[in-house]
Design a protein around this ligand. Structure first.
Ligand code: M6R
Length: 369
């Protein structure tokens, strides 16, 4: 069943191009207009939405964080992202114009399910983005948008993350189309860019041997930091989560802009720091900010492990290691940038002799609150 791979996780990392392609499949018509047939939700309800709250846990919540940047940009609707267990036990401001988007691979996460129930009781419309057909969360939601990643067996979530981002982007584009925020030809261009992503993820996978070798050489690390800005920030947090749960290494993801507000004090000689560098094309300002963050931490002794886009010559000068990814529009970069971080955590755990499919103390689906 592992398809010749050493672990389910390794197989699932390699399933990722297909997971994105399958999640996109059949969701636009010949004119390139998005059709989300399986959504079954009244268009007038979606047109009236004035706030979106994404609720999820763990990796699914980081997918929601990524989607916030895209949906707000495309639709001009405020998007909040909240951990389901935090949402459930406060007094959230929710009404009939709130769209709650519950993201879950298993569709059985109890924290997320309880938050779904709570949101519906408050009058919100709940749409779930779920991978497992017929699971509880979609049954209790008003609508569902399935990701088509196929079964995910390894405890650490990988292909679900990429397909959750893809599905949430489809939702964002659909809302933009419905509400007239974007012209049909703009939607078609964005969809074409999304359709390019499976091929680009494949390219990242083909380059992964260098990531594995680097990970093997770092099996003795006891703390690793991850930095990113904009959509690179949730990617940094996801990279840290993967390393914690698989390799039992203390890891933390930061917004790079926070460095001087505290975390830079953690940097000393030899401290490994991953940095997700935004595209130099799309957002030059953001790029130069991150480049100066790399210089700042390097001046304090950090060993910089940089994820950068092909052709980014400037960053080359400041990186101890570079993991190159293909160029992509800024909002789509997370689908590429997270892949070396997944491979890194898996390979490092493997080098420590740990079971990457079944990390200690964790269950694949957390069905208790
Ligand atoms: O099944 P779900 O997507 O609802 O699960 C949410 C989290 O429990 C899950 O993403 C967890 O954080 C993973 N172990 C991360 O790799």
């Amino acid at each position: 069943e592992k398809g010749g791979f050493a672990s389910f996780m390794d197989k699932e990392i390699h399933d990722q191009p297909q997971a994105i392609a399958d999640t996109l499949l059949g969701r636009s018509d010949v004119q390139g207009r998005l059709v989300l047939d399986d959504l079954r939700i009244d268009e007038s309800v979606l047109r009236a939405v004035d706030k979106i709250i994404v609720i999820a846990c763990g990796t699914a919540a980081y997918a929601g964080h990524v989607a916030k940047y895209a949906i707000e940009h495309w639709c001009r609707i405020p998007v909040e992202v909240e951990l389901a267990h935090e949402f459930r036990y406060r007094d959230p401001i929710v009404d009939g114009k709130t769209l709650v988007v519950a993201v879950s691979q298993s569709g059985e996460t109890m924290d997320t399910l309880m938050a779904v129930r709570h949101a519906r009781e408050q009058g919100a419309t709940v749409l779930s983005i779920v991978n497992t057909n017929g699971s509880t969360i979609p049954r209790e939601s008003d609508a569902v948008l399935y990701t088509h990643a196929g079964p995910e067996i390894a405890v650490a979530s990988t292909k679900a993350f990429l397909s959750q981002i893809t599905a949430a982007y489809l939702l964002g584009l659909y809302l933009a189309q419905l509400r007239g925020n974007k012209f049909p030809d703009e939607i078609a261009v964005l969809l074409d860019e999304l359709r390019e992503m499976p091929r680009k993820v494949q390219t990242v996978l083909e380059r992964s041997e260098y990531v594995r070798a680097t990970a093997r050489s770092m099996a003795g690390a006891d703390k690793v930091l991850f930095l990113g800005r904009h959509v690179g920030y949730p990617v940094a947090m996801e990279g840290a989560l993967k390393l914690k749960e698989l390799a039992y290494i203390h890891a933390e993801g930061f917004a790079a802009g926070e460095l001087k507000h505290g975390p830079i004090a953690l940097i000393d000689e030899g401290q490994p720091v991953f940095v997700v560098v935004p595209s130099p094309q799309g957002r030059a300002q953001l790029h130069s900010k991150v480049v100066s963050n790399i210089q700042e931490i390097r001046a304090r002794g950090a060993r910089t492990l940089v994820i950068a886009e092909d052709g980014d010559d400037e960053v080359r000068r400041y990186a101890d290691e570079i993991f190159w990814i293909p160029q992509a529009p800024s909002l789509l970069q997370p689908l590429l940038a997270v892949v070396p971080l997944q491979v890194f955590a898996m390979a490092l755990a493997g080098a420590k002799g740990l079971d990457v499919d079944q990390p200690r103390n964790l269950a694949k689906s957390v069905t208790v609150e």
